[in-house]
Design a protein around this ligand. Structure first.
Ligand SMILES: Cc1cc2nc3c(=O)[nH]c(=O)nc-3n(C[C@H](O)[C@H](O)[C@H](O)COP(=O)(O)O)c2cc1C
Length: 223
């Protein structure tokens, strides 16, 4: 698989088979992803991989937190700006609507939509969860490099025939997740990722998101 093929084939998978993924496979993926570039070669990432009981411990801890305090944000930052503006607002709206339309969940059915969101906290059924953490003393610059590492993980997984979904849904519960993982300061959890074998029969996995045309985000000068 070429890198371009992997880039085009990767999607956010939101329904997984329970087929296990071996620790060796995950180690191979991370061993490839570690070649991600980072400013000053700081490699400012930590990744905590959970399966089996460890995965269940995170799920249970966050379920308990959700039951007590569903909207409490434990992260020191907002996942999105408080009020998004266009074109970002429309893009965010569209991806949700396209996904629910595919699954036949109407806008009025708030219960079904909420239940769907809660699937995040089961890793969408994936047998493996990854949590990406960063030393809280790092700046915006290093956070960007952590993101590049995450993308490399997703592409390396794709190359192995595995599927992923990045999950900032865990971010508001970052402290609960960190405690369940045994992750100590100065590391803070930024984002999760579900990883496993995609369920080929799940409708939600048919979603193909749109992208802005090149001319909307790139400018060429001097050619
Ligand atoms: C950092 C990051 C966090 C994300 N968090 C979630 C999430 O919590 N739940 C979810 O269903 N999708 C999540 N997504 C997936 C995005 O919605 C998805 O990448 C976007 O709609 C483009 O679709 P594609 O990944 O299928 O190309 C996340 C993506 C990124 C990059």
């Amino acid at each position: 698989m070429t890198v371009s093929d992997a880039l085009k084939a990767r999607i956010s998978t939101r329904a997984f088979l329970d087929t296990p993924v071996s620790q060796d496979d995950i180690a191979d993926i991370l061993d490839a992803a570690k070649f991600a570039a980072s400013g000053g070669n700081l490699q400012p990432w930590k990744v905590h991989v959970v399966a089996g009981e460890a995965r269940q411990r995170v799920i249970d801890a966050v379920s308990e937190k959700l039951a007590k305090d569903p909207f409490g944000n434990e992260a020191d930052f907002l996942v999105y700006p408080e009020k998004l503006w266009d074109p970002y607002r429309t893009r965010r709206y569209e991806v949700g609507e396209d996904m629910y339309a595919l699954m036949g969940v109407p806008r009025e059915d708030k219960g079904a939509r909420l239940n769907w969101l809660l699937q995040n906290y089961q890793f969408f059924g994936a047998p493996v969860g990854l949590f990406f953490a960063i030393d809280e003393r790092m700046n915006n610059n290093q956070w960007a490099h952590l993101g590049m590492f995450m993308m490399c993980v997703a592409l390396a997984a794709q190359d192995k025939g595995l599927a992923t979904c990045m999950q900032e849904a865990w971010t508001p519960h970052a402290k609960t997740v960190a405690k369940a993982l045994g992750l100590d300061a100065p590391y803070i959890v930024y984002c999760g990722m579900a990883l496993g074998h995609a369920d080929p029969d799940a409708k939600v996995n048919q979603l193909r998101t749109k992208r802005a045309e090149l001319g909307e985000f790139a400018r060429f000068d001097g050619f």
